[in-house]
Design a protein around this ligand. Structure first.
Ligand code: PRP
Ligand code: URA
Length: 209
């Protein structure tokens, strides 16, 4: 069974409150999502392996540590996942970025794939699938499957807010994928929206409603 990590860092929780607030406008919403994504990247990279290297300071030679191991790939689910990419890239600037385009059919709530463009070496990378909202889990499960079908072996999932239903679905279908979130909310409503959530992440990020 995969693990679920809920980041309770005060800065993340503080900013998430303003992200949820319906009175927060598009510009501020986008800035806050960017900031929380960077803070979450700091937490999600805790287990990255280090190796010792030699370095000369202006005073003396010494050994110090650098990150070793696998290269990272960021996989935002379009559209809303885009809002978290730049924040993560601030901390992991060498990461490659692949895109998976999915939208949720408003009637069936099933994900519909419309675009996939990935780094050529995804099987060698540690991939982080990014989407602010893990609601029914349909989009995340489909995106993870799309990556596995193309050879991906190591995948983490990062979301701002998850519903219990979404977590259960990802764990049931991809038990090897750990889930990293800033909050787990109560439930989904009849339209598949997370309650209380933050509303429609894509619309709030891009000002389309
Ligand atoms: C939203 C959100 C997730 C998905 C989550 O995307 O950004 O991708 O819904 O729902 P699920 O867990 O029930 O699949 P949406 O379909 O609104 O597309 P958008 O990001 O382009 O607005
Ligand atoms: N997608 C969103 O943007 N918000 C939700 O609450 C659920 C799915």
């Amino acid at each position: 069974m995969s693990k679920v990590y809920v980041f309770d860092h005060p800065l993340i929780q503080h900013k998430l409150t303003y992200i949820r607030d319906k009175n927060t406008g598009t510009k501020e919403f986008r800035e806050l999502v960017d900031e929380v994504a960077a803070l979450m990247a700091y937490e999600i990279t805790r287990d990255m392996p280090l190796e010792e290297v030699s370095v000369e300071t202006p005073v003396a030679p010494c050994t110090s540590q650098v990150i070793s191991g696998k290269k990272v790939g960021l996989i935002p689910i379009l559209r809303a996942g885009l809002g978290m990419v730049d924040g993560i890239l601030k901390l992991i600037p060498a990461a490659k970025v692949g895109h998976i385009g999915l939208y949720r059919d408003p009637e069936t709530l099933q994900p519909v794939e419309y675009y996939v463009k990935l780094p050529s070496d995804i099987e060698e990378r540690e991939l982080i699938v990014i989407d602010p909202m893990l609601a029914t889990g349909g989009s995340a499960v489909a995106a993870i499957q799309a990556l596995k079908n193309r050879g991906a072996r190591q995948i983490k999932l990062m979301a701002l807010i998850a519903a219990p239903e979404g977590i259960e679905k990802v764990q049931a279908e991809h038990s090897d994928v750990d889930i990293f979130v800033a909050a787990v909310d109560q439930q989904l409503n009849d339209h598949g929206y997370i309650v209380p959530g933050l509303g429609d992440a894509g619309d709030r990020l891009f000002g389309t409603k």
